[in-house]
Design a protein around this ligand. Structure first.
Ligand SMILES: Cc1ncc(COP(=O)(O)O)c(C=O)c1O
Length: 354
């Protein structure tokens, strides 16, 4: 029998790389997805309960988006007119790829694999410029490749390596790619030292992606946003984005947490301090190499100790992102910075192995 058109598509799509969702293990110390467990569950639940009482779910969400934009504008320090929201930054990436008609993208590698997978799904060729061994970027090599593309993706702080490009380097790159679309994924920027949001608002070619999934503890609410020129943000909101991309409840919860941004800022400070503490403890362990992080996770290279550490973490119910051999580094792991208690469990476990 002749295979159907749908079958042909299933075969083609199944040949592409796909993003594997992490497995949920009940009761585990969850350090694999860069969520923010340092933000108290009660704090988020309290905001959510108040939000649920305020909204009328029988109505489509109308004015809640405007409230979100004005709160985000205050937090990110940009005009509300330069913002557009989506159901997580994943959905915004998806919409950009399906509407911008790019044929070729440049990324540095390793980076956020979802972006690369989505490009492949849309038939966009991806050129990968390897990062240096210390995960810094050779600007010249990157810009040279980027000039052959029409879309450039810069994840900064980068997932999975954790480091943010130096501000001047990022500016030099976007300055030299004025005729390309530059997508700067700042999912982890709240834990870093600077954001390109204000720069994106002033330029015609730069889109900054941000999210409430990480620092703001709302991975389950699915709220992401972009900062771009007023012109592009307006087009995205009016024509590219669907009319009701985020549920009323998620919008009200997001605005509720943003209204208490001062508390979130304190938690971010605590996570940054924990990041320093975990980093310093790992530095004392022979046989593990650590890398600078500006995010809420650390990238480590365990080399020959990878299997023993992975086994011990599993036995202690601690889940981290196991990356194996990556970009010339042996036995790599990405570990979320959690509460002090979670981090201590992780540290005790690896200190027990080595
Ligand atoms: C670099 C990066 N961008 C985007 C996302 C997706 O975030 P969201 O939850 O807003 O879809 C993630 C999530 O892990 C990420 O690491």
């Amino acid at each position: 029998m002749k295979s159907s058109r749908l079958d042909d598509n299933i075969k083609r799509i199944n040949r592409l790389g796909h993003y594997s969702k992490p497995e949920k293990i009940q009761g585990a110390v969850k350090l694999d997805s860069n969520e923010n467990f340092a933000l108290e569950q009660d704090f988020v639940a309290d905001v959510a309960v108040k939000a649920a009482r305020q909204v009328d779910l029988r109505e489509y969400p109308l004015d809640q988006l405007d409230e979100l934009y004005s709160r985000l504008a205050r937090y990110a320090g940009v005009s509300a007119r330069c913002l557009a929201a989506g159901s997580g930054s994943d959905q915004i990436i998806e919409l950009l790829l399906s509407t911008l008609r790019s044929r070729r993208a440049t990324v540095f590698a390793p980076t956020f694999s979802y972006f690369i997978n989505r490009c492949e799904l849309h038939g966009i060729k991806v050129d990968q410029v390897p990062l240096e061994r210390d995960f810094t970027l050779d600007t010249k090599a990157f810009v040279k490749s980027a000039r052959k593309s029409d879309l450039v993706y810069i994840c900064s702080p980068n997932n999975p390596t954790g480091n943010q490009l130096e501000r001047q380097q990022a500016i030099d790159i976007i300055d030299s790619l004025e005729d390309r679309i530059v997508l700067v994924d700042e999912a982890y920027v709240d834990f870093a030292d600077y954001s390109l949001s204000a720069d994106a608002a002033k330029r015609d070619n730069v889109i900054v992606l941000r999210t409430l999934s990480k620092a703001f503890g709302l991975a389950g609410a699915r709220v992401g946003y972009m900062v771009a020129s007023e012109k592009f943000a307006r087009t995205f909101r009016s024509t590219i984005q669907s009319p009701y991309p985020i549920s009323t409840l998620s919008l009200a919860i997001a605005s509720g947490v943003l209204a208490r941004a001062d508390h979130v800022r304190q938690i971010i400070k605590a996570v940054r301090s924990e990041r320093g503490r975990v980093f310093a403890r790992i530095a004392k362990i022979d046989g593990i190499k650590k890398f600078r992080s500006d995010a809420n996770f650390l990238f480590i290279e365990a080399g020959g100790n990878y299997l023993a550490i992975s086994r011990s973490l599993r036995n202690h119910g601690i889940v981290v992102k196991l990356l194996g051999n990556l970009a010339g580094h042996r036995g790599c792991m990405r570990i979320t910075i959690g509460t002090r208690e979670m981090n201590d469990k992780f540290l005790r476990c690896i200190e027990g192995v080595l």
